[in-house]
Design a binder for this molecule. Structure first.
Ligand SMILES: NC(=O)c1ccc[n+]([C@@H]2O[C@H](COP(=O)([O-])OP(=O)(O)OC[C@H]3O[C@@H](n4cnc5c(N)ncnc54)[C@H](O)[C@@H]3O)[C@@H](O)[C@H]2O)c1
Ligand SMILES: O=P(O)(O)OC[C@@H](O)[C@@H](O)[C@H](O)[C@H](O)CO
Length: 454
């Protein structure tokens, strides 16, 4: 006989608003907030990015959920209490009302790379139909429902300004380089198009803080639900599996206040760039490499793929290339690589290659292309980077996991064109396809990944 998960003491007062109520937020920011010394004073109102299901499930258990921390010493369930209320993305009036409250000090984001709606120049893609639609809706009525993340943030900030509720910090926790700067640029640009005075207020009173976030957190499966029930006797509809390791490095002033996150292990720095490069290139870069190359070899999870000596060798080669361009002492990089291999081998964290493979057109320019370009600038031919790109081309040709990418049409057309390597390189970074030696290298890696030869 199992019992449902219910709150016995009142939820903490809402002072943080979150957009993107996925598993990662619940394994990371919500968990740090609950563990902070003043966590009882900092509740989160968390909104889904699109569909309402995650909010409905969580509200049926008063915002509570079990974090199942899966380590070498077994599974450790713990109930996380910081989410005071979950909302569907469509509950826009509630979102605006929260932003009008001066005690709401921080807006956090985990909405995936795609939600920032970046164009080829790295700024807001103003011509996307959904951006055009949000702008038209906001011009007609600043409180009208909008669908994009930049649109929702601009609407929320306009409501805050109108209510004279004071400064606020927006903190991106997505896997993007310079995530604070990117968030600030798309939000300020959309505000500028709507109302230059609002953009001026945003520049003065809204901080776009940056952070490097890390905790490998896969999707929830029936097995996770059953394990939590067996361990706790509680039926949790919405538990989150994660690993023991966790890291959060933040840069920002937080003029309106924030939880005492340091007490929970968050590190505050002046500049997150080097932390971000280390994590995006080494962890996320090797994840993407394994997602495409591992799937071609018939693997389903990171643990399976990294246990394959061929995949492991490709990862090591890629790491050697990337590490040459990280301003971090060699012994620290060696320790980091060793720790990553341990984390990847964790059998409890079944991180599906298909999940990581999604959105390659947005991820590879951040995870693989920087090391590749740095190697080419140094006159070298980076075989590890080339292997990742060749494996992506094979993925786009439909030879492994299904293609799930906001630029799928263009990416598949490039990968199946008469000059595929050149076209795909140009898609990832304009002009890269003019590098004939690189085109030849990536072309040669396509054959290495052919199942008949592996
Ligand atoms: N899972 C991890 O291990 C991990 C680790 C570090 C960082 N992250 C970051 O967190 C993000 C979310 O990861 P997750 O594991 O929570 O995924 P998830 O699938 O569990 O949740 C994704 C959330 O983003 C929203 N979303 C997706 N596409 C959107 C769009 N186009 N517009 C608006 N909202 C959108 C969804 O509605 C959902 O709320 C990642 O993309 C990454 O940037 C994840
Ligand atoms: O979450 P994504 O889709 O940006 O990337 C997939 C994984 O590489 C990522 O989730 C890592 O597991 C995570 O970044 C580890 O902290």
């Amino acid at each position: 006989m199992t019992t449902p998960l219910r709150r016995e003491v009142p939820a903490p007062p809402v002072r943080i608003v979150h957009l993107g109520l996925g598993n990662f937020h619940r394994a990371h920011q919500a968990w740090y907030t609950a563990r902070a010394s003043d966590g009882a004073e900092w509740g989160v109102a968390a909104f889904t990015g699109r569909r309402p299901d995650a909010a409905e499930k969580l509200n049926r258990q008063d915002g509570l959920y079990t974090l199942l921390v899966r380590g070498a010493d077994g599974d450790h369930p713990q109930v996380v209490t910081s989410i005071a209320r979950a909302h569907a993305a469509t509950e826009h009036e509630e979102f605006l009302d929260l932003l009008r409250r001066s005690e709401v000090a921080v807006v956090t984001l985990t909405v995936t790379e795609a939600a920032y709606l970046l164009g080829a120049d790295g700024g807001l893609d103003e011509h996307r139909p959904e951006v055009v639609a949000d702008l038209a809706a906001l011009r007609a009525d600043a409180t009208a429902p909008v669908s994009t993340v930049p649109g929702r943030l601009v609407a929320g900030l306009a409501a805050r300004r109108a209510a004279d509720a004071g400064p606020v910090t927006v903190l991106s926790c997505d896997n993007l380089a310079h995530n604070g700067h990117v968030t600030g640029s798309v939000v300020t640009r959309l505000a500028e198009l709507l109302d230059p005075a609002l953009a001026g207020w945003i520049r003065r009173d809204v901080e776009f803080a940056s952070s490097m976030v890390d905790r490998i957190t896969p999707a929830t499966t029936d097995e996770v639900v059953a394990t939590v029930e067996a361990l706790t006797g509680v039926h949790d509809e919405s538990p989150v599996p994660t690993e023991p390791f966790s890291e959060w490095v933040v840069s920002g002033e937080f003029r309106a206040g924030r939880p005492d996150w340091e007490s929970a292990g968050v590190v505050f720095v002046d500049d997150v760039t080097v932390h971000e490069q280390r994590k995006l290139w080494l962890l996320n870069g090797s994840h993407s490499l394994l997602a495409y190359a591992g799937a071609l070899l018939g693997h389903r999870t990171i643990a399976d793929a990294v246990a394959d000596p061929r995949c492991r060798a490709w990862v090591e080669t890629f790491w050697d290339e990337a590490c040459r361009h990280l301003p971090i002492p060699a012994q620290d990089l060696a320790r980091y690589r060793e720790a990553l291999l341990d984390r990847y081998a964790n059998p409890g964290v079944r991180h599906l290659l298909a999940q990581i493979a999604a959105g390659g057109s947005l991820k590879l320019p951040l995870r693989i292309v920087p090391a590749l370009r740095a190697e080419r600038a140094a006159g070298r031919l980076p075989e590890g980077c080339a292997t990742a790109l060749a494996a992506w081309i094979r993925h786009l040709r439909g030879e492994s996991t299904p293609v799930d990418d906001p630029a799928a049409d263009r990416a598949v057309a490039a990968a199946t064109s008469d000059d595929p390597v050149r076209a795909v390189l140009d898609l990832l970074h304009p002009g890269l396809g003019d590098d004939a030696e690189l085109v030849e290298l990536v072309s040669s890696r396509l054959d290495v990944l052919t199942p008949a030869t592996v």
